[in-house]
Design a binder for this molecule. Sequence first.
Ligand code: AMP
Ligand code: MG
Length: 352
Amino acid sequence: MSAMKTRVFTAGKNGIDEQEMAVAAEIIRAGGLVAFPTETVYGLGGDATNPDASRKIYEAKGRPSDNPLIVHIENFGQLEEIVAEVPKEARVLAEKFWPGPLTMILNKNEKIPYETTGGLDTVAIRMPNHPVAQAFLKESGCMIAAPSANTSGRPSPTRASHVWEDLQGRIDVILDGGEVGIGIESTIVDLTEEVPVILRPGFITLEMLSEVLGTVKMDPGIVDENSKKPPKAPGMRYRHYAPKAELTLVEGQENQVVSAINGYAEKLISSGKKVGIIATEETKDRYPEGMVVSIGSRNDEAQVARHLYQVLRQFDEWDVDAIYSESFPTAGVGQAIMNRLLKAAGHKKITV
Ligand code: AMP
Ligand code: MG
């Protein structure tokens, strides 16, 4: 791909400058690529109805072309425009959780090209709750297909500088809206089967969805790595969110986890290796060696989620040889945190 000049438009206290927003919107309408902040992570956007724009997204990210994109919308009428029919559950969920970090899978109609859905007859749709994303969707008048704005396989970007690191020279514009609030990707719920199924856990939990929908299932392919059926969301099949160094999760009672990690770290450090340790506020002072980063407090799982990808990128920058991480309970948002950590670790977990 020939290098292009990537421009960065930075939000002031009233959001992105009006003229710069108009430029970004025109680029989208013309089939170009604009990265923008959402409340979950930064997205790499292109016109969802334009097959060329979708092809460019895959190329810029180095993303396998069978891994479908999420279509971002700004009002419910846009959903009605692109799906075969609107099930009752979709209205209920939109009423309760949109705008917000929830993506719904529905049967598509011909308005959305197969380039955007990776060849599938279903489409993923989300209405983001971030002022810059909303203003951008409105100004462009387009529905915007946007996967996370990272190079395929790298941790998702939670700041504009992460997008710049990965995609400068490959996209037209980055809208810089500062650090995102949630930090992990949206919950994906599939409404095309008899019972709603969570294909990717996120900030909207199984408990929250069950409260309004009744029975909701978790895709067995993401809960059990030995499941006979692979995850239904193509993106959940790849080793993803991966730092450069090998990551190992250590699980067990707190004191035992700390001393086990200290043992592994000491051994590697004495043989000349650089070791990263993902600790918490509660434990960070108990690791005498290694490059220790606190991911947040065990009492605040939202904080842990928000810092996760930034911490993984930090270790890439420090060029460590190995990373050890504490584990987290899997209730509530913890399910999403452990899902991402396990994927980043290629499922390497030691129980002590
Ligand atoms: P990203 O936007 O990078 O977080 O990736 C979007 C995620 O949504 C990927 O894991 C995709 O595989 C998943 N996805 C998008 N569209 C569909 C669909 N129609 N069916 C199942 N999963 C989907
Ligand atoms: Mg992604």
